[in-house]
Design a protein around this ligand. Structure first.
Ligand code: CA
Length: 452
């Protein structure tokens, strides 16, 4: 299968007279050998777009990784938001997620050592822009969080995303056989999400340098401690340790209740940080699913967390609600910005019946398929077929699953299982099967449960 030509990230290279790949560097103005890509915001695309590439287009993904290594060589930094040079936009150092996910899923052919050095530099340094490197990193590494009161914006969101990114570096460090002390450092930092969890509200909340939570605190306030969302959207940004988050909330029952609350609450908001109602807020209101703001990225994985709460049928229900109500094939078929493919990748994964909640692990967490049959043709020609013949508008609940004819009881499916090709058959029905997927052994990956 030929390497596809994605709209984004844009290919930013060409072939010279000797048919060698060259690029004009937007970082140092030189014409240099090798791949270069641009026009992508990893804050959006680490979630589902890059996992989609690793699954469907590994060769393209490897070329993009080589482009990232070139970006680091030419500018000293990884591009968190390239267009085509570094741009000051959004937060995080989510390049870690892309790089770790790519390498851990077996994609090779690029300079992983240079990329790893780039991640190490990211984890210790502020960059030239607030989206490049890690703003507030000295606080984060010393205190375990970016404080609310030290003039680093969107500090709670930074803490959560840095902690997840550190988890992916931890996994990559193990694979690269890095020194144990280094592995342990990232392992410890991956737990930093705990430092801004407020047991009183059971929500993530900005915390001051002196260890006291921000006050007053309005969990419906967009921006401020968070990025284009509020505490109710960001509290779930613990992709790598959902079990740990559930325990902080008091256990799986309470965790499930908190998930339920998202859909029950009115779509109220405080827009004062922005000074006006940004379109993402308006989209949450129009979607009419309470605080579930699918028009923006922070909460897009949240529905799948019902699988970690032992209530997978609620994931099946809400995924179908979103597929049916918030997407259509007309001119205004998206419920918000499409955002570099992220909102589309959510749809495609969800239509297949699974979603990459935690890139950097090999698991896709289950929802339920949208169609009676889908055939996924992988790069090497193997086919993975998803059959759900009883599927309909009303038959949205999974009754049972077989994978290549054998019972599949887990709430997730592995990357390697899909890569081998085969058939996943899902029996669908009108009523939820509340027995399936509730056994402890069915739960998806969580750091707290596995300890690794
Ligand atoms: Ca967005």
């Amino acid at each position: 299968m030929p390497v596809p030509h994605p709209a984004l990230p844009r290919k930013f290279y060409e072939f010279d007279a000797q048919n060698q790949i060259v690029h004009y560097s937007p970082y140092n103005g030189k014409v240099l050998p090798g791949y270069m890509f641009t026009d992508n915001g990893f804050w959006d695309t680490f979630r589902a777009v890059f996992p989609f590439f690793t699954l469907m287009y590994p060769e393209l993904n490897g070329q993009i990784m080589e482009g990232l290594a070139n970006t680091y060589k030419e500018s000293g930094w990884l591009p968190e938001w390239a267009s085509p040079g570094h741009r000051d936009c959004m937060i995080g150092s989510n390049s870690a997620s892309l790089i770790a996910d790519s390498y851990l899923k077996g994609i090779r052919g690029y300079d992983i050592e240079t990329l790893y050095q780039a991640l190490l530099k990211n984890s210790e340094n502020e960059g030239p822009l607030s989206s490049v490197g890690r703003a507030g990193v000295k606080y984060y590494n010393e205190l375990g969080y970016v404080p609310y009161d030290v003039k680093v914006n969107e500090n709670a969101a930074r803490t959560l995303e840095y902690a997840y990114d550190d988890f992916t570096i931890y996994k990559l460090a193990i694979a690269l056989k890095r020194p144990q002390e280094e592995i342990d450092r990232f392992k410890k930092r991956s737990q930093n999400f705990r430092n801004i969890f407020d047991p009183e509200t059971k929500l993530m909340r900005g915390k001051n340098q002196d260890g006291k939570f921000q006050a007053p605190f309005n969990p419906f306030k967009w921006g401020d401690a968070f990025t284009e969302g509020n505490s109710w959207h960001y509290t779930w940004s613990v992709f790598h340790d959902v079990e740990g988050l559930a325990r902080l909330m008091g256990g799986r029952q309470q965790f499930a209740q908190m998930l339920d609350s998202v859909f029950v609450m009115a779509p109220v908001y405080d827009e004062s940080y922005y000074g006006s109602v940004i379109h993402e807020i308006r989209e949450m209101q129009i979607a009419n699913m309470g605080q579930y703001a699918h028009g923006n990225q922070p909460i897009q994985h949240m529905i799948y967390l019902y699988n970690y709460a032992g209530q997978p049928w609620k994931a099946q229900y809400w995924v179908r609600q979103v597929l049916d109500r918030l997407y259509h094939s007309g001119a205004d078929g998206y419920c918000g910005d499409e955002d570099n493919g992220q909102t589309s990748a959510w749809y495609v994964f969800s239509a297949m019946g699974f979603y990459p909640v935690c890139p950097g692990t090999d698991q896709y967490v289950l929802g339920a398929p949208l169609f009676p049959k889908m055939t996924v043709t992988l790069q090497d020609g193997k086919k993975f077929v998803i059959e759900a013949p009883d599927n309909s508008k009303t038959n949205v609940y999974t009754q049972s699953i077989t994978l290549n004819g054998k019972p599949h009881n887990a709430n997730w499916i592995s990357h390697s299982a899909i890569q081998q090709g085969g058939t996943m058959k899902v029996v669908m029905g009108k009523e939820p099967n509340k027995q399936r997927g509730t056994n402890e052994s069915a739960f998806p990956y969580s750091f707290t449960t596995t300890g690794k």
